[in-house]
Design a protein around this ligand. Structure first.
Ligand code: V47
Length: 373
């Protein structure tokens, strides 16, 4: 690999030296990267790290989303999914309805069910454990990636159990790993503006540590492109990296591009393409201890997700098989790229010059597709 390249922004030179030497970047480096307009320089640095870790492999899986209920008391300003109990678009699926979605997913070859709900104060805890155990009973090979750290925190507090007991009961019922949602931005002041009633950042990290201690992997996210500052973004990455040093269970980091329509922040423009590529690249550079960076095509759009593979991303998420549920479905329906088959994902990765690797949720390779030239 040729690591010599031209930097338009010479202030990035000390950072480039650190990256080439494998030295951890600090907060000031993160700020400088975000503040630089040398997109190619930042991207090349991220690509060096990406290739060191994964060479040309780009992972994806065959998955399906299930959102058992959208009732939620949290009232997050960026969310277009939740409903209050008096609202018409609110729903709670019966276990039978959830099983039907799981069956569809399984019949279509999904290896993973991604399960996330609102914080619903009218359900017993047994609803969630029955949900997991029923799906596991009927489809034992389906990996259940379920419940964010916010939901686990809610379960523990609302149903008056310790964190450990909550996690243990979910595990016993069939929980295999957890998705990365609910992290939003950890920085207290900004978090209070966009999701006042949600689990705070330190608690999100604490719960993640406990899930890791129980032997389960989790993912992590950042929601960017709303009212957060550059310092908030870097702070988020540094706090995640510190948690990973402590507990080691984060598999993948997913920067989520804020999509304003239908939310209480609908007047904001959302992040630009350039900003999204920088967010992906700086994440790759700062998070030296998290293996995978995901270009989530549902939020980025397929074209930008494909481009992001050259800016440090090495995962494309999954097919999110059509017919299933998707919390972001309001968003997907609004776009032309609202579905991605296995063949299409393979083609997009291949065309970008990378090697498509179909994986299971825990990143075990299941199948490699033809290498790109
Ligand atoms: O926590 C909510 C975000 C998250 C909006 O772990 C929004 O593999 C953009 O976490 N615009 C849920 N984002 C999705 C999520 C996720 C997705 C894919 C894969 C994985 C994984 C996790 O979506 C929420 C919130 O941060 N979100 N509203 C919005 N308007």
């Amino acid at each position: 690999m040729n690591e010599n390249f031209y930097l338009v922004d010479e202030r990035l030179a000390p950072i480039a030296e650190k990256v080439l030497a494998g030295v951890r970047l600090d907060f000031a480096d993160g700020m400088r990267l975000f503040e630089s307009s040398d997109l190619h320089g930042i991207g090349r640095l991220a690509d060096i790290v990406r290739r060191r870790k994964h060479d040309r492999a780009t992972y994806f899986n065959v998955n399906r989303h299930l959102n058992p209920t959208n009732y939620c008391y949290a009232d997050c300003k960026f969310c277009g999914f939740f409903a209050k109990h008096n609202e018409e678009h609110g729903y709670t699926h019966s276990i039978e309805e959830c099983l039907k979605i799981a069956r569809d997913a399984w019949e279509q070859g999904a290896t993973e069910l991604h399960i996330v709900s609102g914080l619903n104060t009218r359900l017993p805890f047994s609803y969630y454990t029955d949900l997991l155990s029923s799906i596991k009973r009927d489809f034992p090979s389906l990996h259940l990636k379920a419940f964010t750290m916010v939901e686990i925190d809610f379960f523990a507090k609302f149903y008056k159990m310790s964190d450990e007991e909550t996690i243990e009961q979910l595990k016993e019922a069939g929980l295999d790993s957890c998705p990365g949602g609910g992290a939003e931005v950890f920085a207290e002041e900004t978090r209070a503006k966009v999701c006042t009633h949600k689990t705070d950042g330190n608690r999100w990290l604490e719960v993640a540590g406990k899930v890791h201690a129980a032997g389960l992997k989790t993912n992590a996210t950042i929601l960017y492109g709303h009212v957060e500052t550059t310092a908030d973004r870097v702070d988020h990455l540094v706090r995640l990296r510190e948690q990973q040093d402590r507990s080691g269970g984060f598999q993948c980091f997913i920067p989520l591009a804020f999509y304003p329509p239908g939310t209480q922040l609908g007047h904001l423009p959302g992040p630009s393409g350039i900003d999204s590529l920088k967010m992906i690249a700086v994440s790759r550079l700062m998070l030296d201890n998290i293996d995978h960076i995901k270009a989530y095509w549902v939020m980025l759009g397929k074209r930008l997700a494909q481009t992001a593979l050259h800016f440090g991303a090495n995962d494309f998420d999954g097919t999110i098989t059509r017919g299933g549920e998707l919390m972001e479905s309001y968003l997907v329906e609004a776009r032309s790229d609202n579905e991605a088959s296995r063949d299409e994902i393979v083609r997009l990765i291949n065309e970008a010059g990378f090697l498509p690797v179909e994986r299971d949720t825990l990143y075990h390779p299941l199948r490699e597709y033809a290498a790109a030239d």
